[in-house]
Design a protein around this ligand. Structure first.
Ligand code: SAM
Length: 324
């Protein structure tokens, strides 16, 4: 089976694999939800760790599911794969006839299969229609449709908030100018060229000038931040006592949501000290196992540039006698 991302011999390296498996502790056995199955790399390691381990893998991208299905076929009925958004986890579990889980993993963002696929429009390395939807069967908008519909101010806000791009207003202006001239931005090459013009390019830049804008539009079109906090809280509720949760994020907005949600679920109240009562929903349901997020070793970052920005946070569900 050829590995995506760099030719037939390039191995697919799941990010922070060793650390994630350590925190999830699959040797305990039971059911593990891989909420972002992707190419199935983390799931494979969980299933290989113990014959008592089962995996329920979820992905909103059917291409990823097809790839992972072939990769994990030899685990037989220990592995069940479902096409869904992880926000639907409670329904997916009920339909699978399961109630509690030993562990949940969310390795957020895009997979190399998506990023490297020339036709999907995630990367400016290939000229393609500006799509970037993780679920191409959905009736959600593509990036091209989003840019054709939103106001200049809304485009600028998305690029600033989700991409932390300082030149967001200028980029939005050029996008809308093109649209008004009857030449809407419709391909990755057009967008990359326009952003490079708006931002400028220095020899010393570590990343391509369009990287932040592409990231922002991908997050917007897939609504990647919506429901993340709820998903983390639901996962904690579904964990059996001593169950583990791992969240791997790739940018500060995601990491902030994971950090704040886990802190609140470890009993840390975020309400104003003058508030008469707590209304943030803080409760002691988990112990946070990672005081600081775990990041890749220099060796992993060197080998896999995509791992560089990864941050892993892990938590353990408390037993009934330990909770509030
Ligand atoms: C970084 S990749 C996961 C890689 C995987 N851990 C591996 O080892 O191959 C993220 C995957 O999560 C999927 N994904 C992202 N958000 C999702 C969501 N809300 N629901 C379901 N799948 C999602 C993407 O389609 C992508 O395939």
């Amino acid at each position: 089976m050829p590995a995506p991302g760099g030719g037939p011999d390039a191995p697919h390296r799941p990010v922070l694999l060793h650390e994630t498996v350590q925190y999830l502790a699959p040797e305990r056995g039971g059911l593990f939800v891989d909420a972002t199955l992707g190419l199935g790399g983390h799931s494979e390691a969980l299933l290989a760790a113990s014959p008592q381990t089962r995996v329920l893998g979820i992905d909103r991208d059917r291409e990823a599911l097809a790839y992972a299905r072939r990769r994990l076929a030899h685990f037989g009925s220990r592995c069940q794969l479902v096409h869904a958004n992880f926000r639907e986890l409670p329904r997916v579990l009920v339909e699978a006839g399961e109630r509690e889980v030993s562990g949940v993993l969310a390795d957020l963002g895009v997979s190399s299969l998506q990023f490297d696929s020339p036709a999907r429009g995630f990367s400016f390395r290939h000229d393609a229609p500006l799509d970037m939807r993780m679920n191409v069967e959905s009736d959600e908008e593509t990036v091209a449709q989003l840019l054709a519909r939103l106001s200049e101010a809304e485009i600028a806000r998305i690029i600033f908030e989700y991409g932390e791009e300082r030149r967001s207003r200028r980029i939005a202006r050029l996008i809308v100018e093109r649209r008004e001239a009857g030449r809407p931005v419709e391909t990755t090459a057009e967008l990359a060229e326009l952003v490079t013009r708006a931002v400028g390019r220095k020899r010393t830049d570590r990343i391509h000038p369009a990287t932040r804008t592409f990231q922002a539009l991908r997050i917007a079109v897939n609504r990647e931040l919506e429901g993340l906090a709820e998903f983390i809280e639901t996962s904690v509720d579904l964990l059996q006592p001593q169950g583990r949760l791992c969240v791997i994020s790739f940018h500060s907005l995601e990491d902030r949501i994971a950090k704040r949600t886990l802190r609140r679920l470890s009993g840390h109240c975020e309400c104003d000290v003058r508030a008469p009562a707590c209304s943030c929903g803080a409760r002691r349901a988990v112990e946070i196992l990672t005081r600081r997020p775990v990041t890749p070793t220099d060796e992993e970052a060197e080998e896999n540039p995509r791992a560089r920005s990864a941050k892993l946070r892990a938590a353990r569900k408390l037993g009934p006698d330990e909770q509030d």
